[in-house]
Design a protein around this ligand. Structure first.
Ligand code: DTR
Length: 340
């Protein structure tokens, strides 16, 4: 009997120890990590600079949020094209979108001051000045979205199928531009043709246009070096871009993710400016290997060509003064780029 009681006590003790151990081993349910997936729309082909910066942002966000956020990228207008970008993001067709503000000069008035011929030397200083202007004026037109970053292209130059060495050479030549830059070509006497960048390779092949006006990295990215054997170095206006996010998607993000995005905003602006400037250098080397001739204007010519652009700035100020502090914006941009 004594033996039986002893055995029973031992058995019960063993059970307690076993259950105790087992309890420690049982995995407590972990707080579930909810993955956030964001769709990012872009309008030009994947190899071009707006998409290269998009991929860099995606990589950084996914890394810095430890995989909590996944960014799905849609280049080439596969989700939204250039003209629908802003409204599409507001409507939630994409969570994030990259837009070229210069394509809608009347809509993004303050930030489009950056696209005026003010002598911005490169994408780095253009992007920095754009970001400062955006922060200072917080333009009303961005109230419906969260702005994730902004940047500009490098200055625009003329790529053409025949040499343009003088203003006389430009008369009647059909050159493609978009947005406000069209006025620059008109002031120089060219026949400005407005069309999207993606339509331009075909237009050049068909002879609808004999050249274009843009930053020079496109000589490599769109293979214009094969179609345009001359570049006239005018180093004129830059194109401002913005990356915007749907407001309610932004509001729903957890604070730690919001912080990652906010911390990246200025860094992404500087990264893109640098990338663009370096890529232009590469595109020039690439073009020279493809036997493209670069035409430099004399100092007198530069002064004359620039003088023809002064009315554009004056007109922009006159046209927009009722809506925004146009003269102040222009003088702020000039101050910001003065030390470039
Ligand atoms: N220059 C503007 C903007 C621009 C410059 N490089 C690219 C590449 C892809 C799309 C747009 C742009 C333009 O001519 O449209």
């Amino acid at each position: 009997m004594k033996k039986c009681v002893c055995l029973l006590v031992c058995f019960l003790l063993a059970c307690v120890v076993f259950v105790g151990c087992k309890k420690g081993d049982v995995e407590q349910p972990k707080a579930e990590v909810v993955k956030i997936t964001l769709n990012y729309a872009n309008f030009p082909p994947a190899s071009t600079f707006p998409c290269v910066q998009m991929e860099r942002w995606k990589t950084e966000v996914e890394k810095r949020t430890g995989g909590k956020v996944e960014v799905k990228t849609f280049p080439g207008g596969s989700l939204l094209d250039a003209k629908d970008m802003y409204d599409g993001v507001v409507a939630g067709q994409a969570d994030i979108g990259c837009l070229c503000m210069a394509y809608q000069p009347g809509r993004f008035v303050v930030t489009n001051a950056l696209s005026l011929p003010l002598g911005i030397k490169d994408a780095k200083s253009g992007s920095k000045a754009l970001w400062e202007i955006f922060k200072k004026y917080s333009p009303q037109e961005f109230s419906e979205v969260k702005v994730l970053t902004m940047f500009t292209t490098a200055p625009s130059n003329i790529m053409s199928q025949k040499p343009i060495k003088t203003l006389e050479d430009m008369k009647g030549v059909s050159l493609r531009a978009s947005g406000g830059a069209g006025e620059i070509l008109q002031a120089w006497g060219a026949n400005m043709v407005g069309m999207p960048m993606i339509a331009t390779p075909e237009a050049l092949q068909k002879g609808t246009v004999q050249g274009l006006f843009s930053s020079l990295e496109v000589m490599k990215d769109f293979k214009y070096a094969d179609l345009c054997k001359y570049v006239t170095m005018t180093d004129t206006s830059v194109y401002p871009f913005a990356v915007v996010m749907n407001k309610s998607k932004w509001d729903a993000l957890p604070d730690d993710v919001k912080k990652v995005f906010d911390d990246l905003a200025e860094e992404q602006m500087a990264w893109t400016g640098d990338y663009m400037d370096n890529h232009v250098v590469e595109a020039i080397a690439f073009s020279k290997e493809s036997k493209v001739e670069f035409i430099e204007l004399t100092t007198e010519q530069k002064a004359q060509w620039n003088m023809l652009l002064e009315p554009i700035v004056a007109k922009w100020i006159a046209d927009n003064s009722a809506k925004v502090e146009a003269a102040k914006v222009v003088s702020d941009v000039k101050t910001l780029i003065s030390g470039q």
